[in-house]
Design a protein around this ligand. Structure first.
Ligand SMILES: NC(=O)c1ccc[n+]([C@@H]2O[C@H](COP(=O)([O-])OP(=O)(O)OC[C@H]3O[C@@H](n4cnc5c(N)ncnc54)[C@H](O)[C@@H]3O)[C@@H](O)[C@H]2O)c1
Length: 274
């Protein structure tokens, strides 16, 4: 992908959830393709670490970190004022910030409730970040993009925006209590592809594009049992390597995807194909 239409040189790109598993990789990919990356997350220390790594790897490039909380209007107002002052524009917004119940090694706070007992406080917490937070950030970004009649928004959904979780994926050991992919994640992620279509069609004649990426099963020290379960259910027979997420995000942020809006780019190893 070293054709000029894939270049991100001079593009100002805001990545929310930047210190997450995918966020760090996407920030690195965008920096590698020449973008001015604004890495945003509510984890200040981890943002400092990320910036140190990126600035060492891409010296002289315009890279910065901004701490903000997608659930706070005040925090987002400060963030976008900062972007306006520093860059006077925003070319691309990547909405990665989310609450996602993970099942990789070391995750200790998985709620074990079956759906009929699932605590609604957890649903409401995820709605505030994954749904309302997504809308809030997108509104702020659009206000900055519209005066230049140019902008590109990339939302991040899940295979569980398209199909239900196969709960057998999460059964790895008969001696431990069963775990389930919870409704807060499935419900909030389900809105994302159609939210992208809403934004895409609302602003199509005003120079704004909006698309969705659907990642799935990005490997992060998952147990052998989990990987084996995953392999059985996946047409490609394996989890996604973190590096394999770079191309789709570079493509959608670049002018190579200029005729795409309202679309859903599925990067799931074929999971939803059967
Ligand atoms: N990892 C996967 O395999 C996978 C699969 C499908 C979809 N996704 C989606 O990709 C996105 C990123 O996933 P990930 O694996 O990197 O997740 P992650 O949990 O590693 O990262 C999410 C990031 O969002 C940040 N965040 C949470 N609440 C926030 C708030 N209120 N304000 C600002 N930042 C906040 C967290 O600090 C974290 O850095 C998510 O939307 C997720 O649903 C991931």
């Amino acid at each position: 992908m070293n054709e000029p239409e894939f270049s991100l040189k001079g593009k100002v790109i805001l990545v929310t959830g930047a210190v997450g598993l995918i966020g760090q990789e996407v920030c690195d990919a965008y920096a590698a393709y020449g973008a001015n990356v604004i890495a945003m997350d509510n984890q200040a220390d981890a943002l400092d670490d990320l910036m140190e790594t990126l600035k060492t790897r891409y010296p002289g490039q315009d890279l910065c970190a901004m701490v903000a909380d997608v659930t706070s209007e005040e925090s987002l107002t400060t963030l976008f004022q900062g972007i306006q002052e520093q860059h006077q524009k925003l070319d691309v917004l990547v909405n990665l910030a989310a609450i996602d119940a993970k099942f990789d090694e070391g995750q200790k706070d998985i709620n074990l409730s079956r759906f009929e007992h699932y605590p609604l406080e957890l649903w409401e917490r995820s709605v505030a970040v994954n749904a309302t937070g997504l809308i809030r950030v997108t509104q702020h970004a659009l206000r900055l993009m519209l005066p230049s009649r140019s902008g590109n928004i990339i939302n991040v959904a899940s295979t569980y925006s398209l199909v239900a979780p196969n709960q057998s994926l999460y059964k790895t050991d008969s001696t431990t209590p069963p775990v389930f992919k919870p409704i807060d994640y499935v419900g909030t992620k389900s809105m994302v592809p159609n939210f992208s279509r809403y934004v895409a069609t609302f602003y199509a004649r005003e120079g704004i594009r909006c698309n969705t990426v659907v990642p799935h099963g990005v490997f992060n020290q998952h147990s052998k049992a989990f990987q084996e379960n995953f392999a059985k259910l996946s047409p490609l027979g394996r989890m996604c390597d973190l590096k394999e997420i770079r191309g789709p995000f570079i493509f959608l942020a670049s002018d190579a995807s200029s005729y795409m809006t309202g679309s859903t780019l599925v990067v799931d190893g074929g999971w939803t194909a059967w």
